[in-house]
Design a protein around this ligand. Structure first.
Ligand code: FES
Ligand code: FES
Length: 156
């Protein structure tokens, strides 16, 4: 079946079964390999993308369930205000170790910052708890989110 999905501002026609996970479509059909496959069961967060501005696990999101909702992936998150701040903070804080989990981490952190310009430690823990890092970069991730948040105006 043919679906038209909106990824990073571009319309893409894809011919796949309706129960195909979005992650498969992004990586294998569209060649966008920045979004990673980890567990395939919504347990690790490495496949996180934004759908309508909300962080979602693309490994369990079927293509047939998306409709016309805009999808943003790691390839374009730097074009959003929150995503640009998060990516800069990640670089400044040298967050990444092996890197495998990091596109998912950045997608979760970006939606947190977009919706909550000054997150508390608890807010950060709650927003990031579904993103696993086997390298244990959690302390640097939290510091980078705080660094990005400090660039937001107070009350904004
Ligand atoms: S691959 Fe989707 S949550 Fe692990
Ligand atoms: S940086 Fe290696 S898994 Fe997170």
């Amino acid at each position: 079946m043919v679906f038209t999905i909106n990824v990073n501002g571009d319309a893409h026609r894809v011919d796949v079964d309706g129960d195909t996970p979005l992650l498969w479509v992004l990586r294998d059909v569209l060649g966008m390999t920045g979004t990673k496959f980890g567990c395939g069961m919504a347990l690790c967060g490495s496949c996180t993308v934004h759908i309508d501005g909300t962080a979602r696990r693309s490994c369990i999101t079927t293509i047939g369930s998306i409709g016309t909702a805009p999808i943003t992936t790691i390839e374009a998150i730097g074009a959003t205000p929150a995503g640009a701040k998060i990516q800069k903070a990640w670089l400044d804080g040298e967050v990444v170790q092996c890197g495998y989990c990091q596109s998912g981490q950045i997608m979760s952190a970006s939606t947190l910052l977009a919706n909550n310009p000054h997150p508390s430690d608890l807010d950060i823990d709650n927003a990031m708890s579904g993103n696993i890092c086997r390298c244990g970069t959690y302390v640097r991730i939290r510091e980078a989110i705080k660094r990005a948040a400090r660039t937001n105006k107070k009350g904004g």
